[in-house]
Design a protein around this ligand. Structure first.
Ligand SMILES: [Zn+2]
Length: 124
């Protein structure tokens, strides 16, 4: 007997997409997003797209509608946060993802609580 099975046998189904969508949304709130230019970190609303998983077409808080991705480690550490996104959401300007900036953590937590209350993001 072989242990290999068709991939479909492991497909956890649509409920898994909802869980993953929530994970990616949380990741995006902490890491922010980059465009294909990759020159700044933006806050963005990016509906979950299983094709890209950690990316998809969304709208940044500074008003750009484009393809966005969760940045990799070096981008999360080294890119500047978009000044317009910071201004719009009340975040301090600076370098690196909000999760890597002590001045941003409480703001991210408050924003997540607000999003949960607005029922746009299911509570964990
Ligand atoms: Zn921006």
């Amino acid at each position: 007997m072989t242990l290999l099975m068709p991939a479909a046998a492991f497909d956890p189904g649509p409920e898994s997409d909802e869980v993953r969508a929530r994970e990616v949304r949380l990741l995006g709130e902490w890491a922010w997003w980059i465009t294909s230019r990759g020159d700044a970190l933006h806050a963005a609303d990016v509906p979950y797209d299983p094709t890209y998983d950690t990316g998809g077409t969304g709208t940044t808080s500074c008003g750009r509608r484009t393809l966005l991705f969760i940045p990799g480690l070096f981008e999360r550490m080294g890119l500047s946060r978009c000044k317009q996104c910071c201004r719009k959401l009340g975040y301090p300007t600076g370098t690196g993802s909000p999760k890597n900036d002590a001045g941003c953590r409480a703001l991210v937590e408050a924003r997540l609580a607000e999003l949960c209350e607005a029922a746009t993001l299911p509570a964990q």
